[in-house]
Design a protein around this ligand. Structure first.
Ligand SMILES: CC(C)(COP(=O)(O)OP(=O)(O)OC[C@H]1O[C@@H](n2cnc3c(N)ncnc32)[C@H](O)[C@@H]1OP(=O)(O)O)[C@@H](O)C(=O)NCCC(=O)NCCS
Length: 202
């Protein structure tokens, strides 16, 4: 099932990054990366056409308190986001009924791609969720055209779990892959349902 999760003021520091809750003062940096065509589209949302759109999403991030802002220490800029989202189809994925988990999603400013920044952020959040929040599993997905995100998930230890047609916020459908990572501190053996989409362990 979906674990309860709030950032609740938590700050995670890595070698190059600070992960912290979003603030109203992040608007300009957020808009600067969210307005770039072809970034949000890889994650299933349309790039922001104006600051009002960014403001609306920023307000949601602040109210919902489940999306970390990714702050790059070197230049003092807000360069991306990492959400600890609820996973979907909770009521049919019986393998997770007795376990607590969430789904991770992320976006990085195009100016910072290819430096291993997102694997650094995702690894830090995985460690926090498994070692301090005691979650049992995490899911993370990508549309099959998105090899960059596929690589991030591979580098962070996720394993292919299901092949699915996924809805996008653009109203389209895309073939995608959902990945799974079980908490290595626990001895979890999942009894998987729905073999028609399952690829885990194959
Ligand atoms: C996916 C994303 C977060 C990757 O972050 P990152 O910090 O650049 O990740 P990495 O540096 O580990 O690079 C991952 C892969 O991207 C590719 N890549 C590297 N530099 C790149 C560049 N400048 N342009 C395009 N792709 C590049 C490489 O295939 C790399 O894999 P490799 O390290 O095995 O060569 C980033 O590309 C992004 O924000 N994309 C748009 C939003 C998105 O796709 N979100 C995820 C939705 S599931």
């Amino acid at each position: 099932m979906n674990a309860e999760f709030k950032i609740d003021g938590k700050i995670i520091e890595t070698e190059r990054l600070i992960l912290r809750p979003f603030r109203q003062s992040d608007l300009e940096d957020f808009y600067n990366y969210a307005k770039v065509d072809g970034v949000g589209e890889m994650a299933g949302w349309r790039h922001h056409e104006n600051r009002q759109k960014t403001q609306q999403i920023l307000d949601n991030f602040i109210n919902e308190d489940k999306t970390f802002a990714i702050f790059y220490k070197k230049d003092g800029k807000l360069i991306g986001s990492l959400g600890v989202e609820k996973y979907g189809k909770e009521e049919v994925l019986s393998e997770f009924f007795d376990y607590q988990g969430r789904e991770i999603g992320y976006v990085l400013s195009k100016d910072y791609w290819g430096k291993g920044i997102m694997p650094e952020a995702v690894t830090a959040v995985i460690n926090y969720l498994f070692n301090e929040q005691n979650l049992d599993f995490l899911l993370c997905g990508y549309y099959d055209f998105n090899v960059q995100s596929k690589r991030v998930q591979e580098k962070c230890g996720f394993k292919p779990y299901r092949k699915l047609v996924m809805d996008t916020r653009l109203g389209t459908k895309e073939q995608g892959t959902l990945n799974l990572l079980a908490n290595p501190n626990k001895n979890i053996t999942f009894k998987f349902s729905h073999p028609e989409t399952l690829i885990y362990g194959n």
